[in-house]
Design a protein around this ligand. Structure first.
Ligand SMILES: Cc1ncc(C[n+]2csc(CCOP(=O)(O)OP(=O)(O)O)c2C)c(N)n1
Length: 658
C-alpha cells in the first residue's frame, strides 16, 4: 500500500524527515538535564503528524505549528544553527532571545509560530488564508491545535470564520489524549473531536496520527481539494503523548499500561517496519541513516552551544517595541469641506482605500448595512466584497484574522461595533498584535476603530471609556482625536502606521461637531499634541470629549484667555514635551478625561508632571475623571458620574486661587 503511492526515493526521504526531529529531541532532552536549555515540550511519538503534513504540502503554504511540532520546523528545512540558538536562548536565534522555544515566526519559511495562549493563532491562520484566497495565489494555510485547546473560543471562532468565508485552510487537531494532566473525558463530550467540524459545515475526518503514510496521503489529497475548491477542512489526528506535558511535570496521572500500549505504536518504528517489509530499505540502511543523521546536525548544535548570549540594553529593547514609521507625504489639497466628525472618519477610510489596494475594512454589519454608524455606507459598491467584509460576531476571531492579513502585507481596518465589545478580542490585541514586532520583528499594520464614550444613556456596555486598558500594554499605539480635522489626519496616519493602532472615536462627537476639513489625503503625526488655546496661568491637559468640556468650562472664568488647553490627540505615544513645557510656563496643571478616575490615563500624566516638573509647580496636580462606577443607564444618573462644565469650572477656580 505504501509503495503504490510514492516512489522509494520519496519514502526514504520521508524516513529521514521523521527520524531527524526524534534524534534532535533526544539530544535536547540531554541538554535539558545539563541545564543548557530550560524547557522542553516533548513531541516523541507524535512526529508522524508534523512530518507527514509538512512534507505533503507546498513550501509556499503557511504553517502554524505548536509546542510539540519540531518536525514541522525540520521538515521545512529551517536553518538548524538558528533554531538551536533559539532553543538555547543564545544570540543568533529567531527572536533576539526575547522568546523561548518555538514561539516565533519566520516568513521566509512561511512559518508562523505560536504564542503561549492556546488556539490564539487559529484566527491568524484564517487571515493569512483569506489573503491567499483573494490574491489567488493557490496557497493554503495549515494550523495545528491540541485536543485541550479545542475548548478555547478562538478555535470555534476560527472554524466558523473559515467556513463562512470559504477559506483555504486545514485545521489539524493533534489529539494526544491529555491537556496537561486533564484527560479528554474532562475536556469534551462529543464522540470524536472531528465531529465539531460538522457543526460548522466543515468537511472533517479522524485519522491515525501515528501512521506516517496515512497522514501524508490524507494531506496530499485534502490539500489539493482545499487549494482548488477554497474550502476548509478539519483533521483530527489520533496520537498519544508518552512523556510529560513538559519535562518537569511527569506522567503520574497516566497508567503505565496505557503508555506501553502507545509505545508499541511508535510512528517511527511502525514506518521502519513497513519500509523493511516493502523492501524499500533494510536494517543495515536504517543503522547507517541513523548514524548519518545524528552527525548531520552535530556542527550546528556545537555552534549554538558555543554561541554567546545576546548583548543588549534598555534603549535597544525599547527601540524594538514599535516598527519605525516613515510618514507618507501627501500632496496638499486646498479644497476644504465643512463636514462632521463621523464624515471625517469615513472620508479618511474611503480615500485610503481608494489610493491603496492593500487597505481593507472588516467589521460587523459594515458591508451592505454600512455599519451601525454608517461610516462605510456605499463602500461595498465602491470597493467590492473582498475589501469590505462583514464578519460573524467574533471580535477575537476577526482581530486575529486581521493580524494574519497584516502578516501578508495588507493594512486591515477593523471596526468594533462599539468599543466595549473589544473585551472579547482582548487577547488578540494585547498578546498577538502588541507583542509580535518585539518578539520576531514582523510589522503588524492593523487599525482597530473604537466607537467609544458615554453621555448617551446607553448603559454599562455601550458607554465605556477603556483607553487605559491598552495604554498599559507595550506595543500598541493609542490615538484619540477630538475634532474632525484631527480625526481624518490621525486615522490616515494610523492606517499608514506599520504598528497596531487603537483608534478611539467618541460617539458623542460623531454628529455634534463640524469643521472645515481638507478634501484631500493628509496625515498628522501620531504622538504630537496640539495647543487648543495658549495661556500662562494654568494648563489643562485633555483629549477627546474632554477638550470640549474644558472649552465649555472656562467660558465663565474671568481672564479665561490665560488658561492653556492642550489636546493630547494620542496617548501612546503622548506628547510629554508639550505638556512639560507648558507646565514650566503656567505652574499649574489640571488633567481632564471622561474615563473613570482610578488608573485612568490622567494618573500617568500627573505622575510625569510631578516627577519631571515638580519644581515648576505652584499647586498640586488636579485630575478630573468620572466616578469609579460602571456607566449607569438612566440619563439622570449617568450625568452624576461624569464631571460637567460646572464642576470643572469650580475646580479651575480653586486651582487658580490655590
Ligand atoms: C489560554 C491558555 N490557557 C492555559 C494555558 C496553560 N497550558 C499550556 S499547555 C496546556 C495543555 C494543552 O493541551 P493541548 O491543547 O491538548 O496540547 P498538548 O500540550 O497536549 O499538545 C495548558 C493548559 C495556556 N498556555 N493557554
Amino acid at each position: 500500500m505504501v509503495k503504490s503511492k510514492i516512489t522509494n526515493k520519496q519514502l526514504v526521504t520521508l524516513y529521514h524527515q521523521i527520524l531527524l526531529p526524534r534524534l534532535i529531541e533526544e539530544r535536547m532532552l540531554l541538554l535539558l538535564r545539563q541545564g543548557k536549555i530550560t524547557k522542553w515540550f516533548s513531541g516523541i511519538g507524535q512526529e508522524a503528524i508534523s512530518v507527514g503534513i509538512t512534507s505533503a504540502i507546498n513550501k509556499t503554504d503557511s504553517l502554524f505549528p505548536m509546542h510539540r511540532n519540531l518536525g514541522v520546523f525540520t521538515t521545512r528545512d529551517i536553518d538548524l544553527k538558528k533554531l538551536f540558538c533559539q532553543l538555547m536562548g543564545k544570540k543568533g536565534g529567531f527572536t533576539k532571545s526575547r522568546e523561548r522555544s518555538f514561539h516565533f515566526g519566520n516568513l521566509d519559511y512561511n512559518l508562523i509560530g505560536m504564542i503561549s495562549h492556546l488556539a490564539a493563532m487559529l484566527p491568524v491562520a484564517c487571515g493569512v488564508s483569506y489573503i491567499e484566497k483573494i490574491t489567488k495565489t493557490n496557497n493554503i494555510a495549515v494550523a495545528f491545535v491540541g485536543d485541550g485547546a479545542t475548548s478555547e473560543g478562538d478555535f470555534h471562532e476560527a472554524l466558523n470564520l473559515a467556513a463562512v468565508w470559504n477559506l483555504p485552510i486545514i485545521f489539524v487537531i493533534e489529539n494526544n489524549g491529555y491537556g496537561l494532566s486533564t484527560p479528554n473525558s474532562q475536556q469534551y463530550a462529543c464522540k470524536q473531536l472531528s465531529d465539531r467540524g460538522i457543526g460548522y459545515g466543515i468537511e472533517s475526518m479522524t485519522i491515525d496520527g501515528n501512521n506516517l503514510m496515512e497522514v501524508y496521503n490524507t494531506f496530499k489529497s485534502i490539500s489539493e481539494k482545499c487549494r482548488k475548491n477554497k474550502t476548509p477542512f478539519l483533521v483530527e489526528a489520533l496520537t498519544f503523548r508518552i512523556r510529560g506535558h513538559e519535562e518537569a511535570s511527569g506522567v503520574d496521572y497516566v497508567s503505565p499500561a496505557l503508555i506501553d500500549k502507545w509505545k508499541k505504536k511508535d510512528p517511527i518504528a511502525l514506518f521502519e517496519k513497513q519500509l523493511i517489509k516493502d523492501k524499500v530499505i533494510n536494517k543495515n540502511d536504517i543503522k547507517n541513516i541513523k548514524n548519518e543523521l545524528s552527525e548531520s546536525f552535530a556542527k550546528d548544535l556545537a555552534f549554538a552551544l558555543n554561541a554567546p548570549l545576546e548583548v543588549t540594553d534598555p534603549i535597544n529593547e525599547l527601540k524594538d517595541v514599535f516598527k519605525p514609521c516613515t510618514s507618507i507625504k501627501y500632496p496638499s489639497n486646498k479644497k476644504v469641506k465643512k463636514i462632521r466628525f463621523v464624515d471625517a472618519i469615513s472620508d479618511a477610510i474611503y480615500k485610503k482605500m481608494k489610493s491603496d489596494k492593500l487597505v481593507l475594512m472588516m467589521g460587523q454589519d459594515i458591508a451592505e448595512y454600512g455599519g451601525v454608524f454608517k461610516i462605510s455606507k456605499g463602500f461595498l459598491e465602491e470597493f467590492g466584497p473582498d475589501r469590505v467584509k462583514n464578519t460573524p460576531i467574533i471580535e477575537s476571531g476577526i482581530i486575529g484574522a486581521a493580524m494574519g492579513m497584516a502578516l501578508k502585507g495588507y493594512k486591515p481596518i477593523v471596526e468594533m461595533q462599539f468599543a466595549d465589545f473589544v473585551s472579547c478580542g482582548f487577547n488578540q490585541i494585547v498578546n498577538n498584535l502588541a507583542k509580535t514586532h518585539y518578539r520576531w520583528d514582523e510589522s503588524i499594520n492593523v487599525t482597530v476603530r473604537m466607537p467609544t464614550g458615554g453621555g448617551m444613556g446607553a448603559g454599562p456596555f455601550h458607554s465605556q471609556n477603556i483607553e487605559s486598558w491598552f495604554t498599559h500594554v507595550p506595543g500598541l499605539k493609542v490615538v484619540y482625536p477630538s475634532n474632525p480635522i484631527d480625526a481624518k489626519g490621525l486615522l490616515v496616519a494610523s492606517i499608514d502606521d506599520p504598528n497596531p493602532v487603537l483608534f478611539f472615536e467618541h460617539k458623542g462627537l460623531y454628529r455634534s461637531l463640524k469643521s472645515n476639513v481638507s478634501d484631500g489625503l493628509y496625515s498628522l503625526e501620531i504622538g504630537k499634541g496640539s495647543v487648543v488655546q495658549d495661556g500662562k496661568d494654568l494648563t489643562i491637559v485633555t483629549y477627546g470629549l474632554g477638550v470640549h468640556w474644558a472649552l465649555e468650562a472656562i467660558k465663565a472664568i474671568p481672564n479665561n484667555k490665560a488658561i492653556e488647553i492642550i489636546d493630547l490627540r494620542s496617548l501612546i505615544p503622548w506628547d510629554k514635551d508639550l505638556v512639560l513645557q507648558s507646565i514650566q510656563k503656567t505652574g499649574r496643571a489640571m488633567i481632564i478625561h471622561e474615563a473613570t478616575i482610578t488608573s485612568g490615563f490622567g494618573a500617568e500624566i500627573a505622575a510625569t508632571i510631578s516627577n519631571e516638573a515638580f519644581e515648576y509647580l505652584d499647586a498640586p496636580v488636579v485630575r478630573i475623571g468620572s466616578l469609579d462606577t460602571p456607566t449607569p443607564f438612566a440619563p439622570h444618573i449617568e450625568k452624576q458620574i461624569f464631571w460637567n462644565k460646572d464642576t470643572i469650572h469650580k475646580q479651575i477656580l480653586d486651582l487658580l486661587n490655590y
